[in-house]
Design a protein around this ligand. Sequence first.
Ligand SMILES: [Zn+2]
Length: 277
Amino acid sequence: MPTLHTQALILRSVDFGESDLILHLLTPDTGRLTVIAKGARRSKKRFPGTLDFFNHLDVQIERRRPTSMARLEHARLRRTLHGPRSDPRRFALGCYLLELLDRLAPEGGARVDHRRLFAFGLGALELIDARSPDPGLRVLLEVRALDALGLGPELTRCVRCGEVPEGNAGPVGFHVGDGGPYCSRCLAEGQHLLPVHVGTLRALQQSRSLPTRQLGRLALRGGALEEARILVTRFLRFHVGLDLRSVAFLDAQLTPPNANGRLPPRPPEPIPTGGAR
Ligand SMILES: [Zn+2]
C-alpha cells in the first residue's frame, strides 16, 4: 500500500508525542487500520476540522515501508453527523458502537468483509444521527454489529440438527455457547438454556432484512424486548467477552432509573430448563 485513497470513520484517537495523533480508522478497503497523523495536534491547519469522531471522511494514506506505520497525509470532510454531539443518548450509543468495532474489527482480511463492516458502521452512525435511540434500537444494532463482524447468532434453526423449532408450547431454549436455539428433540435434561419465544427470534431475524439506517422502523417492546436484551447481552458476553469502557455510560443513558433513582439490576443468570420447555 504505497498510497491509498479511501473513505474512513475514526474509531479511536490517542495523543502521541508532542504533536501527533495515533488514529484507528475503519475503511472500506482495509477494515481497521492504525495510522499516525503527524502534526495533527500542533497545527490546526494540518487537518482542519476533520479528525473528530462521527465524521465521514475521505482520506489519503501512505505507507513508505512495509514495516512502518501508515501515515495519514490528507483528510477531507464528507459529512459531520451532528446528532451524537447534541444528545447524550446518541453520543453514548455512538461511542459504544465505535468502541465495539475498534476492539473487534480485524486488520487485514477480505475486502468484501471490510466493505460490509464499513457500510454497517456508517449506516449505524447515520441512524443514530437521525433519531434518538431506545433500548430496542440498541439491541437491533448490536445484532447487526455482530452480523457485520461475522459473529451473528443463529435465530431461525436449531443449531444442532437444523430443524425449525416450534414455539407453540411456549418459549424455546437458546444455547448461548452454541449461538442459537435448540429444538425440542435436541434438548436434554439439565441443560442451561435461555428461554426465548419464537416470536422474539423472528423479530430479530426480520430486522436483518432491513438496511441498517432503516432499523428505526422496527420497535421491540415489552416481553420481546426484555428477552432480546438478555439474549444479546449474554451472547456478547460469551462470544465477545469484552469489557467495553462505554457500556456503563450507555446503560445509564438508555435505562430509565427506577423510583429510587437507581438503575435496574443487570439481566439474571440463565434459567435451567431441565429439558422441558
Ligand atoms: Zn434440533
